[in-house]
Write a protein that binds this ligand. Structure first.
Ligand SMILES: Cc1ncc(COP(=O)(O)O)c(C=O)c1O
Length: 398
C-alpha cells in the first residue's frame, strides 16, 4: 500500500480521499520514499562501525527531504541510537510524533525561551561557550532536571564550536555547573569528502589531531561522553575517525559523499521523484520552446509537458541539462524549466501519452538518474538537491 506522509503523520491514499480530497494527491508530481532502503543503509553502516560505536541518523531538513519521521523510524529499526536535527521545531516535531531516542540539535540556540523549550522536550542543545553553558544551567535550576547538552569544538570548520585550544578551560567551567549533564563532545569535518585523514597536512588529518587533543585534555574527567567527529564521508573513509559515535546523513539516504573514492558499502537510494505528463504536443521543426526560446526544435517533434517545475525543487539552472525516464528511455528536457512545468522531447517515444508517469530522479529499467547527476549539471551538491524538494510534492511511502 502506498502511504502519503502529511505533517500529521501517515495516512493511506484512500483515507486521504475519504477525508475530503476527492482528487489524487499524486495528480501531477510526488516524491516516493523507501523506508526499507533507509533501514538497509543503516544496517550496512552499523556493520562498518566497531563495537560500541553509535550511529546518529542526521534527519534535519525534514530528513533531507524524505520526511523526518519516516526516516527516523527506519534508521532506528536499522540500528541508529540517536537523531540529529538542525532546529528546535524539527526536534519538537519528532518528540510529538512519539520518538523518544536522544535528539541532538546541531544548530545553536541563543534565546532563553528556546533553550527552555529544549529542556521541556528533552532535546540536547549544542553549546559552544561557557556563556551558553551558564544559561542552560540557570534555566534548569529548580526544575529538578539536569539539562542534557553536547559541547562542540571547532577543529577547522570555522563555523559553530569553541576553539579547540580552550577545551580544558571550558570543561573545567562546565563541570562546576551541577544542573548540566554533558552527554557528548563533538566537532565537524570540513573536507572529508575530498581529502584523506592519512595524508600528512590534509585538513582532515589536522582536524583529527585537534579533536584528539581535545580528547586528551578532557578524557581524564569523564569517559562516558559520546565522542563524534565524522559525517558520512568521515565514516566511510576511515575507522580512525569513528570514535564512539558517527553522525550520518547522506550515506543513510543511499548516496556516496566521497568525491574520488568508490564507496565500500552497497548503499540503496531511498528517494525517487515522479511526475505525470499533462499534455503531449506535436510541433513543427523550427519552433521555439518555453520562456526565452533557448531551445528551437530541429525536426518535427513530439513534446511532453510534465507537471513539475522549479517551485517543486527542479532548479531552473538544470534547464536543458537533465531528462526524464519513461519505460527505460531517456527523454531530454528541453527549453527553460518553468515554475510549475517542464518540457521533454518525446519524439522517439511514441507510446507516451497524457497521464503517463515519468521518473525525474530514480531508477527506471536499467537507467538511473541520481541527485549527483543533477548537482553536477547545476554546479550544486547532492545534499542541496535532496533538501530542495518542496512540500508541494506529496511524500509517498512505498
Ligand atoms: C554537524 C553535522 N553533522 C553531520 C552532518 C551529516 O553530514 P552528511 O550528510 O555529509 O553525512 C551534517 C550535515 O550537514 C552536519 O551539519
Amino acid at each position: 500500500m502506498r502511504e502519503l506522509i502529511t505533517n500529521k503523520g501517515y495516512r493511506s491514499l484512500d483515507q486521504v480521499n475519504q477525508f475530503g480530497r476527492n482528487f489524487d494527491p499524486c495528480q501531477r508530481a510526488w516524491v516516493e520514499v523507501s523506508p526499507a532502503s533507509i533501514e538497509k543503509n543503516a544496517i550496512s553502516l552499523k556493520r562498518l562501525l566497531g563495537d560500541g560505536c553509535g550511529l546518529m541518523a542526521v534527519v534535519k531538513a525534514d530528513g533531507y527531504g524524505h520526511g523526518a519521521e519516516t526516516v527516523s523510524r527506519a534508521a532506528i529499526r536499522g540500528g541508529s541510537t540517536s537523531l540529529g536535527v538542525a532546529t528546535l521545531q524539527e526536534g519538537i516535531d519528532l518528540r510529538q510524533s512519539g520518538l523518544d531516542v536522544p535528539i541532538l540539535l546541531l544548530g545553536n540556540l541563543t534565546k532563553e525561551e528556546d533553550l527552555r523549550a529544549c529542556l521541556h522536550w528533552n532535546l540536547m542543545p549544542t553549546i559552544s561557550s561557557l556563556k551558553e553553558a551558564f544559561l542552560c544551567h540557570n534555566l534548569a535550576d529548580g526544575t529538578g532536571r539536569a539539562f542534557k547538552v553536547q559541547l562542540k569544538f571547532d577543529t577547522g570548520m570555522t563555523r559553530l564550536g569553541c576553539a579547540f585550544e580552550e577545551a580544558s578551560k571550558l570543561e573545567d567551567g562546565i563541570s562546576q555547573l551541577r544542573n548540566l549533564n554533558l552527554r557528548g563532545i563533538y566537532s565537524h569535518l570540513a573536507l572529508a569528502d575530498c581529502d584523506s585523514p592519512n595524508e600528512i597536512g590534509s585538513v582532515t588529518s589536522i582536524q583529527k589531531k585537534r579533536f584528539e587533543e581535545v580528547f586528551s585534555l578532557i578524557s581524564l574527567k569523564n569517559n562516558e561522553y559520546s565522542w563524534h567527529l565524522s559525517n558520512s564521508a568521515g565514516t566511510l573513509i576511515s575507522r580512525d575517525l569513528h570514535y564512539n559515535m558517527v553522525r550520518v546523513g547522506l550515506a543513510l539516504y543511499g548516496y556516496n559523499p566521497l568525491n574520488k573514492v568508490k564507496c565500500k558499502l552497497e548503499l540503496e537510494s531511498a528517494l525517487s521523484v515522479k511526475a505525470r505528463v499533462t499534455l503531449v504536443r506535436d510541433v513543427k521543426s523550427g519552433v521555439g520552446v518555453s520562456y526565452g526560446h533557448s531551445f528551437i526544435t530541429s525536426r518535427p517533434s513530439r513534446l511532453a509537458i510534465i507537471g513539475i517545475g522549479y517551485a517543486d525543487g527542479v532548479s531552473r539552472a538544470l534547464s536543458g541539462k537533465i531528462g526524464a525516464l519513461f519505460n527505460g528511455i531517456f527523454l531530454p528536457q528541453v527549453g527553460a524549466i518553468t515554475m510549475d512545468q517542464l518540457i521533454v522531447d518525446a519524439t522517439d517515444c511514441p507510446e507516451i501519452s497524457e497521464g503517463s508517469i515519468v521518473t525525474m530522479l530514480g531508477q527506471d529499467g536499467d537507467k538511473c538518474i541520481t541527485p549527483l547527476h543533477w548537482s553536477d549539471a547545476s554546479g550544486s551538491i547532492p545534499w542541496e538537491v535532496l533538501c530542495g524538494f518542496k512540500h508541494r510534492l506529496p511524500r509517498v511511502v512505498i
